[in-house]
Design a protein around this ligand. Structure first.
Ligand SMILES: NC(=O)c1ccc[n+]([C@@H]2O[C@H](COP(=O)([O-])OP(=O)(O)OC[C@H]3O[C@@H](n4cnc5c(N)ncnc54)[C@H](OP(=O)(O)O)[C@@H]3O)[C@@H](O)[C@H]2O)c1
Length: 283
């Protein structure tokens, strides 16, 4: 099978390497294909501007584009225009791909006051990022066949070189929220493994999966854990009035029911591997 990865960055490259190791031909579309490793055939395309040429035998299409900036305009260019151009290219295929997998985000769910959120929870994003990602999901479902379209809503990705919380603890800038505030996280490698799993599993996939690890942890616990691992003092607590956006606990039960298993079931295993220097961030 040929796998096409549109927006082949850190996550897309890790997934591509795994598809290649399993014997698939992998093509990565991006504006700077020269950054891709030899296992992935790079093709230059600016997907927010142009309809790419796809190989005739693309059996799986993965869309893992990310916005260049945290603005409405940049989000729309990547997630809506980019997806739309990939779907235009798919429409020209004589043989349609078996699966089209869109990488989305748990940002499509509103804050839920600490309640559990899963695929059946209504999507009511409050911020522009979630609204535009939801628009992209709806675009996929309206244009791709019911049995083709799969959306993977990832939590916050951490991994090699993606060390925001570690850096906060090291620099003394970390603060522990005064109210319980959950963080729904996924190690980059497990997110990549999910992409391969959902694209290749025998059983007919559902339309949507939540992609987070097994432990929706309190941010304060993650920061305390990192401080301990790094042998730094425990970060101070934040004043109660200054906690920022709310709270939700994402469930990965549907994904687990497909037989997916985690290399890093919680932040503890994942961060220990990062602190031990395992893995690299793909450019
Ligand atoms: N960060 C998180 O915590 C998080 C959480 C949930 C979901 N996600 C989703 O995870 C996905 C992958 O993220 P990532 O970490 O792999 O991001 P990344 O490393 O920034 O990769 C995104 C890739 O998209 C390519 N790209 C961007 N605009 C493009 C365009 N107009 N045409 C062609 N290629 C374009 C970029 O390559 P070039 O610059 O070479 O074009 C880049 O390599 C994204 O869909 C993101 O929304 C992320």
């Amino acid at each position: 099978m040929t796998v096409l990865i549109a927006g082949c960055g850190d996550l897309g490259t890790e997934a591509g390497l795994r598809f290649a190791a399993a014997g698939h031909e992998v093509i990565g579309l991006r504006r700077s294909p020269e950054k891709l490793p030899g296992e992935i055939r790079g093709v230059r395309a600016d997907l927010s501007q142009e309809v790419p040429a796809l190989p005739a035998d693309a059996g799986t299409v993965v869309i893992a584009l990310a916005a260049d900036a945290s603005t409405e305009e940049a989000y729309r260019a990547a997630y809506v225009d980019g997806l739309s151009h990939v779907l235009d290219a798919v429409d020209r295929q004589a043989v349609p791909p078996r699966r089209i997998l869109l990488i989305s985000s748990t940002a499509v769910y509103p804050d839920a006051g600490g309640a559990v959120v899963d695929e059946s929870t209504p999507t009511k994003p409050t911020r522009f990022s979630g609204k535009i990602l939801l628009e992209a999901e709806e675009l996929l479902f309206s244009r791709a066949g019911e049995s083709q379209a799969v959306v993977l809503r990832l939590g916050g990705i951490y991994g090699p070189g993606r060390t925001r919380l570690i850096d906060q603890v090291r620099s003394g800038k970390a603060v522990i929220p005064s109210q319980p505030k959950h963080t729904n996280r996924i190690h980059r490698d497990d997110a990549a493994a999910m992409i391969v799993h959902l694209a290749t599993m025998e059983q007919e996939p559902d339309a949507v999966y939540v992609g987070v690890d097994n432990e929706s942890a309190e941010l304060g616990d993650v920061l305390r854990f990192l401080a301990k691992e790094l042998q730094f003092p425990e970060p101070p607590a934040r004043p109660a009035s200054d906690d920022g956006p709310g709270d939700k606990r994402c469930s990965n039960q549907r994904l687990l029911s497909t037989g997916f298993t985690f290399t890093y079931p919680s932040y503890k295993e994942g961060y220990r591997a990062i602190l031990a220097g395992e893995g690299v961030r793909h450019p």
